[in-house]
Design a protein around this ligand. Structure first.
Ligand code: HEC
Ligand code: HEC
Length: 114
């Protein structure tokens, strides 16, 4: 068994370690944390009745408009696949940057635009 003195010394060592570790972890989190950007998040949008196709009910603010990029930054969408069907979100992200808003309707329907 450990002598009482050694026990006290080692628990002091532990609290000093924790005392230093917590600020270091917080520091690391605050640096790295902002760098990973999930982009716009409306959950799994494929799970709604019409799937990817926009409906007035799920797109009240943007309904009937063709100028998608007024509200959606193309760099900030299609960053995370929130469906559970393994979509290649990276290639969609690249495709959308290339095609711009002329391509949105291929996947998201007409958005109420005639
Ligand atoms: C006036 C702003 C605005 C415009 C223009 C706009 N949107 Fe949106 N969009 C939004 C907002 C706000 C949301 C978040 C959902 C909500 O609150 O309606 C959204 C959500 C979405 C979603 C997720 C829908 C879901 O199922 O949750 C998609 C996809 C989308 N927009 C595509 C488009 C496309 C494509 C266009 C152009 C044809 C467009 N948006 C134009 C504001 C806009
Ligand atoms: C090749 C098909 C395709 C095209 C083209 C496309 N999208 Fe998407 N979009 C998707 C898919 C798939 C998702 C759902 C991603 C997921 O969660 O798996 C999505 C999701 C979104 C979302 C919800 C937020 C997000 O990032 O998940 C918005 C907003 C959106 N798209 C807007 C647009 C706009 C605006 C355009 C045109 C500039 C566009 N999309 C073109 C397939 C496409």
């Amino acid at each position: 068994m450990w002598p009482a003195g050694a026990k006290i010394a080692s628990s002091k060592g532990l609290s000093l370690f924790v005392f230093l570790l917590i600020p270091i972890l917080l520091f690391l989190l605050s640096c790295g944390g902002d760098e990973f950007n999930d982009g716009e998040d409306y959950g799994d949008i494929l799970s709604t009745e019409e799937g990817l196709v926009l409906t007035e009910g799920e797109h009240e603010i943007g309904w009937g408009r063709s100028d998608c990029t007024v509200c959606h930054n193309l760099e900030n969408i299609h960053l995370v696949d929130r469906s559970e069907i393994g979509i290649d979100i990276e290639s969609i992200h690249d495709q959308v940057l290339e095609e711009g808003i002329s391509g949105c309707s291929d996947c998201h329907g007409t958005n109420g635009v005639e």
